[in-house]
Each structure stands twice: as C-alpha cells, then as structure tokens.
Design a protein around this ligand. Structure first.
Ligand code: GUN
Length: 280
C-alpha cells in the first residue's frame, strides 16, 4: 500500500477550512499566521511560498516578512516581540536554517509558546516530552497522522527512527512513546543501522541521505515513513529506496507526495490550535 500523503493532506485541509468558517461566525475573526524568511535559501523560499499559499487557501490570514541575509538579530527579535503582542497573529514561524550570525536558540526562545506553530520552543518541547498538551512540530505530527491512517493501534510496536534532530527525530520519538510504542532512535554513530531497521515494525527515515534504506533492511509487513527530500541527478529522492522497500513493506510513503504535504497541513492545523488557545 502506498500512503497517499497528498490526498490525506487535502482531506485535512478541507476539515480546517470548515473550522475557519465556524470561527468567522463565532469570533468574527480568523487565525493569522506570520512567517519570517531570512535570506535567499532556494529551498526555504519554496517552502515558505507553499506555506503561504495553503494558509490562504484554507482561510488563514497569512503574511510573509522577508529580511535580507544581512539583517541583524535585534531587528528580528524586535519584530517577534511585536508579533507576540499582536492579537491578530495566532502563530509565528521563523523559517530555518538561519544565517550564521543569528542565534537560532535566541530566536526560538523569543516566540511566545502559545504562538509557536513549529513546536520548537523549550516550553513546548518539555510539555511534549512530559506527555502534556503542547504544540507539536509539524513534520513528526504529519508522520504520526499518516501512520495512524494505516494502523489505529500502535501499542507495543517497535518503531525505529533514523535521525535525532529537534525538528523530527526527537519529537517523533515522544509522539510514538505516547502511543506506547517501543522506540529506538538511531543516528550517524549507530553501529549497525541495517540490523536496527530489520527489527522495526515502523521505520521513520529522516537523515537526508538518498535511498539509504534498502529492501533487505526492512522486515516484511513493516510500515515505512520517508521524511527525506533529497535533490539528486534523478530528481527528488527520499531516504528510502522506494522501488526495493515497497516490495516488502505493508505500507510506504512516496517522495514527493508523502510526508511533505502533511507537514504544511499540520502547520495550518497548529495555527488553528493557537487561535483556539488565544480565544479560550
Ligand atoms: N525548515 C525546514 N523545516 C522547517 C520547519 O518545519 N520549520 C521551520 N521553522 N523551518 C524549517
């Protein structure tokens, strides 16, 4: 089975559209999302453009604030401080990566946790890892929703995560622990990655290495979620060798059309959650 992230994301966006129509009637206002883009990173520009397009599409008031690479940290921190106070803004996202002279931690820490649509603020990270209500990072949330489409009960499943990033690997582990999975997080220093993968009922691959996960790394009937988006001479490729792995997996996400669309849909969902928090 190929997990159709594009279609599942579309369905989620339809639900979100309906919620926003309800908000209009109840609160006479709609959620607002501000995305800050610094510099000229081509991939970031495309991601931000898509975020804005889909936000507008579901009825979120979306704006992108662009700064040149040379912008100083204080200008960005001051802008965040103003957005924190602005009642029309439900969610704030600063697109990563940032130029070297800007301290990522300072920027993330400056966003009000209740407006942190990325779920990167330490308060949200701490709440998630303690099992409390929190904003959840969009990519792992998208992976989780895709998994749940295939398997309602994840209890006792062995999930192997490739990659330990704050964006994906670590929050993914927390989400799966909450579902009572047994979780292994692997990384670049893991000794025998192939054998770790072979033990998995669920594989989440997020390392940025094209076609790393091969057919003989995967147990028959495993579910495989591919977070990788790698630009190669053959076009976009995931971290999973789709041709090989799709022969053994019970379900697998394609690249493109798997996790990517879900990440954006989850950003919109998080923005709506922030709006609800602000209005409760
Ligand atoms: N850059 C790549 N992915 C992301 C993301 O999910 N959030 C932000 N803020 N930047 C990113």
């Amino acid at each position: 089975m190929i997990i159709d992230g594009k279609k599942i994301a579309e369905e989620l966006r339809e639900e979100l559209k309906k919620k926003i129509i309800e908000f209009k009637a109840t609160y006479k206002s709609v959620p607002g999302l501000t995305v800050i883009l610094i510099g000229e990173d081509p991939a970031s520009k495309i991601y931000v453009k898509n975020k804005e397009k889909y936000a507008k599409d579901v009825g979120i008031n979306s704006e992108v604030i662009k700064y040149p690479d040379s912008v100083d940290e204080k200008t960005v921190l001051d802008k965040i401080s103003n957005l924190n106070k602005d009642k029309k803004i439900s969610g704030i996202l600063v697109q990563l990566p940032l130029p070297k002279h800007i301290n990522k931690k300072k920027i993330i820490d400056a966003i009000l946790p209740n407006k942190d649509v990325d779920g990167f603020h330490p308060v949200n990270v701490g709440n998630l890892s303690s099992g409390y209500e929190s904003k959840v990072p969009c990519t792992p949330l998208g992976c989780y929703l895709l998994l749940r489409k295939v398997e309602k009960d994840l209890k006792g499943k062995h999930a192997v995560i490739l990659g330990r990033s704050n964006l994906n690997g670590k929050p993914m582990a927390q989400l799966l622990l909450k579902e009572n999975c047994t979780v292994t997080i692997t990384h670049s220093k893991t000794k025998d990655l192939k054998n770790e993968c072979k033990r998995a009922d669920i594989i989440i691959a997020a390392v940025g290495q094209p076609k790393l996960v091969k057919g003989d790394w995967v147990k028959k009937g495993a579910i495989v979620i591919d977070v990788g988006i790698n630009k190669t001479a053959n076009g976009l490729e995931g971290d999973v060798d789709f041709k090989e792995v799709s022969k053994v997996a019970k379900a697998i996400t394609p690249v493109p059309g798997g996790v990517g669309p879900m990440t954006i849909a989850c950003l919109l969902s998080n923005t709506i959650e922030c709006f609800k928090t602000a209005n409760s």
